[in-house]
Design a protein. Structure first.
Lengths: 390, 318
């Protein structure tokens, strides 16, 4: 972080820091202000660039963004956004765990879908035979286990052979999406419907709503998990070990941390949380899975996890922002007759501006400080075992 | 039992083999172009995760060029230009400014997916216009070899161009000064810098070449292979290309071989339909990725990547 210089002469800081009002405040407040500013500016710039793009396409940006606000927040629509937050928060939590551990788990799509498919696959039978709370708990565990199992191969390959997990998780993701489809069209298909889709979980057995709202209790579960996990990551030895390993794998090995076990554990936790996110989403909102369905939450959550600097408390407002953008944007893009993929462009712009802003803010750090040092080093590690450079 | 035998013998009919190899070649061409591009940038020390986005941009601009100008050659040109345009982003942000290559790569992929889908919709409003089928060129003599002739030597002209390109890139790596500099930029950038050659320039050219090749691969998908542009049409081929480049250790001849193997696994479904064996498309779609996972598990120890891969070069930094 830039040193807080108190000299009256204009300090050599980047332009967007120059007008900072927090100069007289104590160090940590200033740090917090700068961090917040750096996290918000990319979002604002991306929204502006999105507006320019809309103008070029001959659409009214004012109408688009006011629609996003209207459909995302006003008239109780904020409740829909909150419902969307539940799976997004758990997905973000899953990513934070591995990113802190210096690992890229990009196989979230398959882990999510497999969790979802098993919930709808076994859900109807369980709800018919077991008390609802028991069935709920078991389904959560099944979904989490399905997600965790799908990370095992990349985890072991990374832990024992150093094979780069970016590639392996992506490949496992493509495979897993097809496996999920096979299950939807095969054993779990509802024979009474012509479209390939699973049986539907009865409305009465879905997660109940928070009294007075249309938000299901899965939202509270997600918030609870995020808070507990934040505590685990910041206040326990497990969190510390993850952090040490994330910052410097060599040092971690040196102080006697079982690195292989840590890699596998963090992978399993990540997959488990992604499975949970699927369970919450299916039991709270969707109730069935159609073939080739893939909400792909992970792709859109990644930028916000970085903007929050892998801090789970900071993740909550960012996820809330994206939930509003997504909920409102779904209808707003239709209103201007564009595909919802327009939101992907905005997300990509946020990522790009985030990198650029960080570059401007810390020229010497070369724009990488959104990543932990360990994540940066991960890129320098071999995708496979690399020849010793002589 | 007899049914299985009949099915097995059906597998080896001439039409099946012809269809399999022809389809394999056809499906492997976009992979080959793109993986060749990735091989170039990987050897220069730039890991290009944005390949999928560059392919999609190339597919879109290539289709647009071919559609508007009624010429597949214009299509290939605009496709390559589109890929280069996406690669410029990578050059400026990752190579020049040294920003994280993975983050920028993910951003380029997301942006490529989003923007092509938006533009397609904005332009054609939900319609998917088709291009005419372009003529294939048969090589006289070779074409009449039984089984293999028809499938290998009767192809769109650009396929032969791809084969020539593999040789050209191999020559560039091994026999030219630029090839040497390029490999140095990936192996030991400090040494290249000390020799008075700009690491950033070398890597920039490599990344632009990657963009052009990925764009060409994408354009091939839209202009030749399908004759239309649909959003997300690359379906992970960009990622497959990355793995192919890795497994081939950046050597062009191996890139061609590996692309052909994965092309076969991509085309096996259409060939199987000829034999009347009906396997779910999901199983078929899974094959190439399963093959890659298998290859990664088996060859995990032997694959090789340049030491300076994905490390931004900063003069004087250790």
């Amino acid at each position: 972080m830039a040193v807080a210089t108190e000299t009256p002469a204009a300090p050599p800081v980047a332009p967007e820091e120059a007008g900072e009002p927090a100069r007289a405040l104590p160090g940590w407040t200033r740090t917090l202000a700068v961090t917040t500013l750096r996290s918000l500016v990319p979002v604002v710039l991306a929204l502006l660039a999105g507006a320019v793009l809309l103008l070029i396409l001959g659409r009214s940006p004012v109408r688009f963004y006011s629609d996003v606000f209207r459909y995302g927040i006003q008239m109780n629509n904020w409740q829909n956004s909150a419902v969307l937050m539940a799976p997004l928060l758990l997905m973000a939590a899953a990513l934070v765990v591995v990113f802190r551990a210096n690992i890229w788990n990009l196989g979230y799509d398959a882990q999510y879908l497999l969790g979802a498919v098993f919930v709808v696959g076994y859900g109807p039978w369980m709800f018919a035979h077991w008390p609802t709370p028991v069935a709920d708990v078991v389904l959560f565990l099944i979904a989490g286990t399905a997600g965790a199992i799908w990370t095992i191969v990349p985890a072991l390959l990374r832990a024992y052979f150093g094979t780069n997990e970016i590639i392996t998780t992506l490949m496992m993701s493509f495979i897993g999406i097809d496996v999920a489809n096979i299950l939807v069209k095969g054993p779990f298909q509802d024979p009474t419907v012509t479209i390939p889709q699973t049986k539907t979980i009865p409305y009465a057995d879905m997660l109940p709503n928070i009294p007075g709202t249309r938000i299901h209790v899965g939202f509270l579960v997600a918030i609870g998990v995020v808070l507990v996990l934040h505590y685990l990551l910041t206040r326990t030895s497990f969190g510390l070990r993850l952090k040490v390993f994330g910052e410097n794998p060599k040092a971690a090995r040196h102080v006697g941390i079982d690195v292989r076990r840590l890699i596998v554990t963090s992978f399993l936790w990540s997959g488990f949380l992604i499975g949970l996110s699927a369970a919450v989403d299916i039991l709270g909102l969707w109730s069935y899975v159609r073939a080739n369905w893939n909400p792909s939450y992970g792709n859109t959550v990644i930028p916000f996890v970085f903007l929050a600097r892998l801090n789970l408390l900071a993740v909550i407002p960012f996820v809330a922002f994206y939930a509003v953008l997504s909920t409102g944007g779904d209808l707003a893009t239709q209103a201007v007759s564009l595909p919802t993929d327009f939101l992907l462009v905005i997300v990509a712009l946020i990522l790009l501006f985030m990198a650029v802003i960080e570059f401007l803010g810390r020229r010497r750090a070369l724009g990488q400080s959104y990543l932990t040092k360990g994540l940066k080093d991960a890129l320098r590690q071999p995708l496979f075992r690399r020849r010793k450079s002589t | 039992m007899t049914g299985v035998l009949a099915a097995a013998s059906g597998l080896f009919t001439q039409s099946f083999v012809t269809a399999l190899i022809a389809g394999g070649v056809l499906a492997s061409v976009p992979l080959m172009f793109t993986a060749l591009g990735e091989a170039i940038s990987e050897r220069s020390g730039v890991l290009n995760i944005g390949l999928e986005g560059m392919m999609l941009v190339g597919a879109y601009t290539g289709f647009l060029g071919a559609y508007e100008a009624h010429s597949m050659w214009v299509g290939f040109l605009t496709g390559a230009v589109g890929g280069v345009a996406a690669a410029v982003l990578m050059v400026v942000l990752s190579v020049r400014m040294g920003l994280d290559q993975i983050v920028i790569g993910i951003a380029i992929t997301l942006a490529g997916e989003g923007i092509t889908s938006v533009l397609q919709q904005a332009q054609f409003g939900g319609a998917y216009p088709r291009l005419p089928a372009y003529p294939q060129v048969a090589i006289p003599g070779l074409e009449s070899i039984p089984v293999l002739g028809k499938s290998l030597f009767d192809q769109p002209l650009v396929v032969y161009f791809g084969v020539v390109l593999v040789g050209a890139v191999a020559f560039m790596f091994g026999r030219t000064r630029f090839g040497l500099e390029l490999r140095a930029a990936g192996e030991k950038p400090e040494a290249l810098d000390a020799a008075g050659v700009s690491v950033l320039n070398t890597r920039s050219y490599a990344t632009l070449a990657t963009g052009a090749l990925a764009g060409l691969g994408g354009a091939y998908l839209s202009v030749i292979a399908t004759g239309t542009f649909t959003p997300f049409m690359t379906q992970g081929q960009g990622y497959m290309a990355i793995v192919i480049a890795m497994l081939a250790r950046g050597r062009p001849a191996w890139v061609a071989v590996a692309s052909f193997v994965f092309g076969i696994s991509l085309s096996i479904s259409t060939a199987l339909q000829l034999t009347g064996i009906n396997i779910s498309t999901d199983v078929i779609n899974m094959l190439p990725f399963a093959a890659i996972m298998l290859a990664l598990v088996v060859f995990a120890r032997s694959a090789y990547l340049p030491p300076a891969l994905a490390v931004p070069y900063v003069r004087g930094a250790r």
